[in-house]
Design a protein around this ligand. Sequence first.
Ligand SMILES: C[S@@+](CC[C@H](N)C(=O)[O-])C[C@H]1O[C@@H](n2cnc3c(N)ncnc32)[C@H](O)[C@@H]1O
Length: 251
Amino acid sequence: MNKRKADQYNDPNHNYLKYWDGRDYENAAEEIAIGRLLKGKHYKRAVDVGGGYGRLCIFLENFADYVTLAEPSQQQLDIAKEFLKDHPEIDRKLLQAGDLKFKDSSIELLTMIRVMHHLPDPMPEFGEIHRVLSNDGVFILELANNAHGRNRVKYALKGKSIPSEPVDIRSPENQREEEIPFVNHNPKTVIEQLQKAGFKVEKVLSVSNLRSTTIKKFVPHSVMLSVEKLLQPSLARTYFGPSVFFLIRKK
Ligand SMILES: C[S@@+](CC[C@H](N)C(=O)[O-])C[C@H]1O[C@@H](n2cnc3c(N)ncnc32)[C@H](O)[C@@H]1O
């Protein structure tokens, strides 16, 4: 394993499963986005890269015969063993995005959700994903979006434009070499990086558009999801949401 190993996710004090408590809206918003991007499609082999404890793997079974959870943290894989106990058909592998070990062009559906946060320079990972993805395969990428609506107002009030490079969002005390990187990306830069790696972005969705503790407190879950469904495509062009999903293919 190289230095990209996700040590934070091996820390017994960091329980990523608990992180999802109170985030049903975000979880459902992501499933809506993936479902929309994959509507009507079914593949032989799917791999969820950096899939954590397998949060999305069961959902991915709707779109593929075989699903593999590829994850570099042993602790996440251990949690996955319990989380996926009723789904023994889902394979769990200790793997990093930059070294996926699969054969060339062998994977038809590859997802990488909430991992870009930890990849300030994703080019080596994009190169590896390009290698393993089949020629007619699809790659669904989620990125933590620095150009989201609220940030755009913040930058504008300071008379600044959204930076093209990734922005470190760690607290000052965590901005140290030994800590896992935590960045937000500019979607336009990521599109250019994907192009350089031999990909083209076919579809874009703006996701978790209503992420706000206040809205969650007062608006019923079902209403939030109905609105979210409408907003995902309509706000995509402006990258409004804190999370952006791309449907990507090889050029
Ligand atoms: C925020 S969690 C997201 C987990 C899962 N994709 C989800 O959405 O529930 C980030 C995950 O990325 C993994 N990760 C960090 N660096 C990675 C890398 N270089 N390659 C693959 N996965 C990585 C971590 O181990 C962790 O499980």
